[in-house]
Design a protein around this ligand. Sequence first.
Ligand code: HEC
Length: 153
Amino acid sequence: MCLQFGLGGYFRLLSACGRHQGPLLALLLGVGLLAGCTQEPAPPATVGRRLYVANCVACHQSRGEGIRGVQPPLAGTPVPVGEPEPLLAWVMFGIRPNSLPQGLYSGMMPQFGYLDDTQLAELLTYVRSSFGNHASAVTPEMVATARRVHLNH
Ligand code: HEC
């Protein structure tokens, strides 16, 4: 939208003014465009974000705020930023971590063990570093280990 407006404005002004002011106008409008467009940067459409939107956003919401009494936030709750192992066990296999309090939420969470190691690593790294969270990355190796441990039980 910003770009369309800016370019449209540029061409209108360019035709309104003579040839001489053209380059100067281009420069000024370019700077203005840049300034205008950088004020509201879109969030990066990373693989992790895309997987979050596809699999989690309906319940945990776009900014990880959850829905009170139904699904917990992923911002400021213990499991998303805790050790990766309990997080993986919960998200992949529904094994409830000790740090997840019972009886607070009426919703049910599906299991996501069908996502592959790289997808889960990207997705959970996104969750752990978004919504104000600052936890370490999850690697595909960690996911593979969690899968092995669970499947050998
Ligand atoms: C259908 C709704 C639903 C979907 C989809 C869903 N969840 Fe959940 N999630 C829940 C509910 C409900 C709980 C709380 C369960 C409970 O307390 O028994 C929960 C809990 C969690 C927790 C623990 C939060 C805490 O309080 O520490 C994490 C982490 C989590 N979900 C991650 C995810 C991720 C990652 C995805 C996507 C791959 C996802 N969830 C998809 C409903 C959902």
